[in-house]
Design a protein around this ligand. Sequence first.
Ligand code: MIC
Ligand code: SF4
Length: 650
Amino acid sequence: MPRNITYKVLAAHLVEGCMKTGSPIGIRIDQTLTQDATGTMAYLQFESIGLERVRNELAVSYVDHNTVQVGFENADDHRYLQSVAASKGVVFSRAGNGICHQVHLERFGECGKTLLGSDSHTPTGGGLGMVAIGAGGLDVALAMAGVPFSLICPRVVEIRLHGRLRPFVTAKDVILTVLERFGVKGNVNTVFEYTGDGVATLSVPERATICNMGAECGVTFSIFPCDEVTRAFLAAQGRADAYHELSADDGASYDDLFEIDLSTLEPMAACPHSPGNVKRVAELAGMKVDQVLIGSCTNSSYADMVKVGRILEGRQVPPSVSFAVAPGSRQVLMMITRDGTLEKMERAGARVLECACGFCIGNHQSPATDAVSLRTNNRNFEGRSGTKSAQVYLVSPEVAALSALAGMIVDPLAQHEVEAPGDVAVDRFLCDDGMLVFPPEDGSGVEILRGPNIGQPPRCKAMEDTVRGLVSIKVGDKITTDHIMPAGARLKYRSNIPVYSTFVFENVDPDFHVRSAALRDEGRASFIVAGWSYGQGSSREHAAICPMYLGVKAVMALSIERIHQANLCNFGIMPLTIVRQEDYDEIAQGHELVIDDAPGQVRAALEGRLVEVRDLTNGRTYGMRLDVTARQADMLIDGGRLNQMRREMA
Ligand code: MIC
Ligand code: SF4
């Protein structure tokens, strides 16, 4: 039977289950990546599995998120990460080497391989024809131990690209068009596979931009074929061996089709406060901007930087705009230093930032009160920038640069002053792996260094027969993991769960943690009630670990996003789906709920039975769905994945 690319790569890695859409499968993971904000927990969990060395083909540990280092905490984490990498056989990418997804694309990605990363933008690797999936740190720790990764065999949407982009229209506008069509919810267990004659007109970094922001739609991953463009990119990176031809068979079938004529697209923007809130830049033109930031794993490639430099050349950003640029990797930085791009930026008045996540995660560059901030990254959730009242718009680097110069949003197609920057061809990238630390053959003598900020991951308790407690918070739709577990200034507590837990829902309801901890200390459970698409966005498993630490036993939502659902199961929290809208309307904060014979009901849910939740406050009973695999049901009963493993190994 003719196969699409998605099924070809998945089938080549299949170790459990069968390739039937909608059924659970297990795949072998070739490569893993972690970043520092999720990595510390992931390696602590890997250590607790007790293996001497990682078992997958390649494991890379990047330091790119917490590079601001106010206080000792981040530096302690980095030292731990470096030592544990040397000890366990992991390649360590030092702070300053760049953003994990950009560096991985440049130096490690390989056509047709699987990559699991503890970061939701891991699908960036789809630009090189990889099945690249974001997951919680514990799933990545297990993949490093050689355990297959479980997922639902996805439905595949064909996104057929025709024609060629017009000058000033970019890959960012392609993915924003996809976001406009598919939105940020309802795409669980789906893959976007790109096909059509338009594919050949897009470079690998452009394909990577498109795959990167597929994460905002909530798809499992996005993937492009591997063709001459891919071959040339890898050869220019000095890695011709990483190229393998990969294309869909003639007549391959798909579950859905979305056709895009690239030549008709326009510059687009995602408006506050969701990447799915897409408008045409033309509609926003003339809006005053206070801040413009170019960078992040979405748009920080060498080509992006060169184009920005060409637009800025010989011009000056006005004093009303705070303008900064963060190249995505040390390779990019070194190349733009040599070719004069950096000087063009500096002369235009750019503040040049470190090659790191930085502003994207709200680590610095928080805008002024009520400011309009134009950024090239992928998420504009309320408050993520560090300023709750700021209005963040997501655009292409070209629109960002032009708007920075004008002090207002500019539609590039409606101006004639600045010429379109044209294509950027690279025959040979500057390859210097001096900031990568390769592990010794035998790491057994390496001492693992732990500072006082590094605590052990908390243990969860096995499920009790009767789960009884209060709804400690009720929230609405599209609650992101940034709402649940803020990053930015709080990031440095990622390895200190008791402290980090005090910030759960900080910007939604700062007393949540006090209420929940009090219930926990009285031996009662907490429940979170939520609307549609709960847990979208980041892969941070802390959005499950910290609630677990506070005694949360179930999330009851109209729908829950894929990575977060898996993280909840990994940490013993029941992901329940509220079946009837009226039930959601009925349950209020403070209601007392009981789940009788919880383990029995979890098992029965595997046969399709609804879980009965009794509301003692109003005397009603709600039937809720528990969509889990048999393995997840077991881990819920055992009190999480690590307990389950310990039981299996005993
Ligand atoms: C993000 O973009 O939200 C992050 C920060 O990269 C996260 C990971 C994290 O929270 O550490 C992600 O995308 O998974
Ligand atoms: Fe870093 Fe931002 Fe990319 Fe997340 S989305 S990996 S914070 S650059």
